[in-house]
Design a protein around this ligand. Structure first.
Ligand code: IPM
Ligand code: MG
Length: 371
């Protein structure tokens, strides 16, 4: 199969992460006889430095002309305090990209690795076997509502807006997934005791629930939900949340897995798909050669699922698990052999080349298919 893929390394650790992603893509292409045409383009601080724009038109065009797009990481400390004076920041580039591609659904699977349970500050028994997925609305809500200051700049506002249609399209996808999962549970996270948009979410979601009698629906307020996913992570199956609440839940989920650097993500609309990490470019240490690429590599496996290349997706997931099982990992994983991102990427790519299309794929090592 032939696919065109837009690759945006971005900032900080992004280029290191994208290099590992590229190795995995090349290994899968070789092992399964596909052709991936990779088109590199700029986003974030690196794009601001080159073009004065965190999302240049050429980047957007390349993404629109590709079958999928991939981001390394976006964000730079030089811009962290620029919010009050200007909006032309790296993060703004990412937000514009999501909006321009109408990526209304962001899927973030939260699955613990049996080999990495010790990374979590929670007890191993507590997090072993956790397998839930966050369905985050990504193209509306308070992120994109009108914002502003009064003329004296002493008061500010951010409008949270949701239409029935925006809620319906993302909620349907969540119900469809819940229907096909083992537990068949859907939890809507909102703040319906305070916010009118949350009341509309409830209305729409309860109406839709009639079409999905097999799905057990419940609701939770965001403040309680953030605590409860940590207290009872195994109770959850599919979590549906408006944009901001999905963002908050994702980082809390990183406490369960031990680090957000294990959580991949795919953003989908009706036409386009973007595979992006759930974190920024690690501003504390911008050029780490030992940055952990697992989230990025697992996002590639989500991309293969999206392409309906199920075996390729499984192969990538299995390769990650097998390399970890041999005791190899970036230093943050605290395994026996501490290796650089490049060495880790090489091991995963080699594993795919050696075992790729050879039949060990009849089993999957406990990492479920999400899409
Ligand atoms: C995320 C990130 C982004 C978001 C930032 C970088 C704009 O935190 O993807 O979770 O808030 O959506
Ligand atoms: Mg976030």
């Amino acid at each position: 199969m032939k696919k065109k893929i837009a690759l945006m390394p971005g900032d900080g650790i992004g280029p290191t992460l994208i290099n590992q992603t590229t190795k995995v893509l090349e290994a899968v292409a070789e092992a399964f006889e596909h052709r991936f045409d990779l088109c590199y383009c700029d986003i974030g601080a690196s794009a601001i430095q080159k073009y004065g724009n965190p999302l240049p038109e050429t980047t957007l065009e390349t993404c629109k002309n590709s079958d999928a797009a991939i981001i390394g990481a976006v964000g730079h400390p030089d811009y962290d305090n620029a919010w009050s004076v200007q909006r032309n920041t790296p993060d703004e580039g990412l937000l514009k990209l999501r909006k321009s591609l109408d990526l209304y659904l962001n899927i973030r699977p939260v699955i613990t690795f049996p080999l990495l349970l010790q990374l979590s500050p929670l007890r191993e028994k507590h997090v072993e076997g956790v397998d839930f997925v966050i369905y985050r609305e990504l193209s509306s809500g308070v992120y994109y509502g009108e914002k502003g200051r009064t003329s004296a700049r002493t008061a500010a506002f951010d409008q949270c807006y949701y239409s029935k249609e925006e809620i319906t399209r993302v909620s349907k996808r969540a119900f469809e997934t819940a229907k096909n999962r083992k537990k068949k549970k859907l939890t809507l996270v909102d703040k319906a005791n305070v916010m009118e948009t949350s009341r509309l979410w409830r209305e729409v979601v309860y109406d839709l629930a009639i079409e999905y009698p097999e799905v057990e629906l419940n609701t939770k307020f965001i403040d309680h939900a953030v605590a409860d996913i940590i207290l009872n992570p195994k109770e959850y199956d599919v979590i549906l949340a408006p944009n901001l609440f999905g963002d908050i839940l994702s980082d809390a989920a990183g406490v369960i897995t031990g680090t957000v650097r294990l959580i991949p993500s795919g953003s989908f609309g009706d036409k386009y798909a973007l595979f992006e990490p759930i974190y920024s470019a690690y501003p504390e240490k911008m050029d780490r050669a030992d940055a952990n690429p697992i989230a990025n590599i697992l996002s590639i496996s989500m991309m293969f699922d999206y392409f309906n290349m199920r075996l390729e997706a499984k192969t990538v997931r299995n390769a990650v698990t097998r390399v970890l099982r041999k005791g190899y990992g970036t230093p943050d994983l605290n395994l026996e052999h501490k290796v650089s991102a490049a060495e880790f990427g090489d091991s995963i790519a080699n594993y795919i080349l050696e075992n790729g299309n050879m039949g060990f794929n009849h089993f999957d090592e406990g990492m479920s298919t999400i899409i």
